[in-house]
Design a protein around this ligand. Structure first.
Ligand code: HEM
Length: 122
């Protein structure tokens, strides 16, 4: 798929655009570090910025990862013509996930607080 511009790179966010590999590997590493940091800084002044970092990085990581999956499997399981629509659906999933996680951070207990609630006794 040959799509220029930032939007094109976001829609076809895998190895076909060189930037994605760099962003992907940086985000993968950042997530590895940010997850324990999020648990350690919960309920401090850092919890909101860390949760907002996660609200962007989790969906971005999933977005690029799923674009690799789309590139590899959609032509095999469906058809080459289905690759574009599959990527468009993924942009929607990624966008709504970012919005939902941001809402959780701004109006609710945040990503980390929500996760920790699994172990919290009422
Ligand atoms: C602490 C959190 C996470 C870490 C450290 C992490 C790390 C990784 C790493 C190292 C890879 C392989 C990258 C490569 O092939 O070069 C990967 C792939 C992937 N991850 Fe994650 N991940 C995390 C959370 C998530 C979440 C929450 C999602 C879903 C939204 C997700 C979705 C994916 C997908 C779709 C792939 C691609 C799988 C494939 O290519 O077959 N990951 N992840």
């Amino acid at each position: 798929m040959s799509m220029g511009g930032a939007l094109g790179k976001f829609i076809a966010a895998d190895a076909e655009v060189g930037l994605a590999v760099k962003v992907y590997h940086r985000v993968n590493l950042a997530l590895l570090g940010a997850t324990p940091v999020a648990l350690a800084t919960d309920n401090t002044f850092l919890s909101f910025p860390v949760d907002m970092g996660l609200a962007i990085m989790f969906p971005l990581h999933g977005h690029i990862g799923m674009n690799y999956v789309i590139t590899d499997y959609v032509p095999k399981l469906f058809s080459k013509a289905a690759v574009g629509p599959a990527r468009a659906v993924m942009v929607g999933v990624t966008g709504f996930t970012m919005l939902g996680l941001t809402k959780l951070n701004v109006e609710g207990p945040g990503i980390t607080g929500t996760l920790k609630a699994l172990w919290r006794k009422e």
